[in-house]
Design a protein around this ligand. Structure first.
Ligand code: ZN
Length: 314
């Protein structure tokens, strides 16, 4: 086994490859077989182009530049993840309007089927056929879902979604929910609307994306209240995020206490820093090696049902 190779980083700045050499070094030091990253995006080409164009205008939207670090093709990004030792990752896609989710699901399910290490994922939108296509996606083997309340601009308590949350709760399949108001608030972001979903579906296996930033504390309250709710670490504690949406001073202590329900997420490839920066930021929280082992591997492996073996290992 070797670390990221030069070939995998063709087209990317040398400092990115140099920084990322620390990634395999870290999981090897911890005695892990690699990493499980529950928050990775692979998108249909037209959607990905639109997302990258949006990040190109980040200063207009967010007031800060957001250069996408891993701006290379799908195959190259799969190879980069393998080189980093990411043994399992989803291809989280999400719709911004009605009539789009079924098409996204066809794409993400096909992508996972042809990509070793990629876990089948799906998404939904409040629309009349949502329950039907979510059921179809579950039958097709979807093992993780994504709901983006800010980009989607919908109310998660919409009656059209009631059977969707119910089916996911019954199936015990995790759903990554972007309910925090960062980097931009939406009409239905914040812990309130999704908290209401959890009140109605208390067994839902939810993963709060970005640990719910900037409402870190209120989302951690939801994790404490509901036994199947998790936080993902996507962009959490990085210098980039701490400058924009710093976590409360006492928050690392809460993350330590919630060890079994904090799970590695990164937002690869749409991050304005090397992958290693996310891991380094988690190490710097100084919550101990057992915490890192749980977050970087065990919790994600449990959520994605990898206990029976990991595909894509090399
Ligand atoms: Zn994301």
């Amino acid at each position: 086994m070797s670390g990221p190779s030069v070939a995998e980083y063709r087209g990317l700045p040398a400092p990115v490859r140099q920084a990322d050499e620390a990634v395999p070094q870290l999981w090897r030091r911890l005695g892990l077989p690699g990493l499980v990253d529950v928050h990775v995006h692979f998108l249909p080409p037209s959607v990905l182009a639109a997302v990258w164009a949006y990040f190109d205008r980040a200063e207009e939207h967010y007031g800060v530049a957001w250069p996408v670090t891993y701006r290379v093709g799908d195959n190259e990004r799969v190879e980069l993840l393998r080189g980093l030792g990411v043994r399992a990752f989803p291809s989280l896609a999400y719709p911004h309007k009605a009539g789009m989710a079924r098409w996204l699901n066809d794409w993400t399910l096909a992508f996972a089927a042809r990509t070793s290490g990629c876990v089948s994922s799906a998404t939904f939108f409040p629309e009349p056929d949502a329950a039907a296509y979510v059921t179809e996606a579950l039958e097709a083997g979807a093992r993780i879902f994504k709901a983006h309340l800010q980009v989607g601009g919908y109310d998660p308590t919409d009656p059209l979604l009631r059977p969707v949350w119910g089916r996911l709760a019954e199936a015990g399949v995790p759903v990554v929910v972007h309910s925090g108001s960062g980097p931009l608030p939406g009409a239905h972001t914040g812990p309130g609307p999704f908290g209401e979903v959890l009140r109605r579906h208390p067994r839902l296996r939810a993963v709060i994306a970005h640990a719910g930033m900037p409402e870190y504390a209120e989302h951690a309250d939801l994790v404490e209240r509901y036994p199947n709710v998790h936080l993902d670490t996507t962009m959490v504690a990085t210098p980039f995020t701490e400058a924009l949406m710093p976590m409360p001073a006492e928050h690392p202590r809460r993350l330590a206490a919630l060890r079994d329900r904090v799970v590695l997420g990164t937002d690869f490839p749409n991050i304005p820093y090397p992958y290693a920066t996310q891991l380094d930021s988690l190490v710097r929280l100084d919550l101990g090696d057992d915490w890192l082992r749980a977050v970087l591997w065990s919790n994600g492996a449990r959520l994605l049902g990898l206990d029976a073996g990991v595909s894509g290992t090399r």
